[in-house]
Design a protein around this ligand. Structure first.
Ligand code: FES
Length: 157
């Protein structure tokens, strides 16, 4: 079946387009809509978005592979994105990463067999003042410690 937005998402897409002087400028929010609609941005979804906006397919692919907020492969129910940039690393992100790997029994870029957790390492999340930071779906967890990670995982399991 061909990829297409639902009627509700088409309306949201129209509202987004109205905010931009030209369609191509709406690429990032259009891709976000696509991700919300389809969960993962497959090559078919990339093609659909490119056609909708009249932009080259390579532009969509560049955005998909540059920004960690977009998923090119299926994610677990909870996407754990640990910042491993300088402030977070200086304040213990490496220990947090090892702890997460140990607790979840997966490596960075992997999903648990039950599809509950995907673990990723990402660049600066913009919370350097309260590093180390973990983004779980749309929520941010700051001043992380291994104890806080354990509490968080216990809540999510
Ligand atoms: S370095 Fe981790 S939030 Fe900025």
């Amino acid at each position: 079946m061909a990829v297409a937005f639902s009627e509700k998402t088409k309306e949201r897409f129209k509202a987004i387009l109205a905010k931009y002087p030209e369609k191509g400028a709406a690429l990032l929010p259009a891709m976000w809509l696509a991700q919300k609609e389809f969960s993962v941005i497959t090559p078919e979804v990339e093609e659909y978005v490119a056609k909708l906006l009249g932009v080259p397919l390579v532009r969509v692919h560049e955005v998909l592979t540059f920004y960690t907020m977009y998923a090119a492969k299926p994610l677990g129910k909870y996407h754990l994105q640990l910042c491993t940039n300088i402030s977070c690393t200086l304040l213990g992100a490496e220990d947090i990463l090892e702890h997460l790997k140990d607790k979840l029994q997966i490596g960075a870029g992997e999903t648990t067999p039950d599809k509950k957790f995907t673990l990723s390492t990402v660049e600066c999340l913009g919370y350097c003042g309260t590093a180390p930071v973990l983004q779980v779906n749309d929520d941010f967890h700051e001043n992380l410690t291994t104890k806080k990670v354990d509490e968080l995982l216990a809540k999510l399991k």
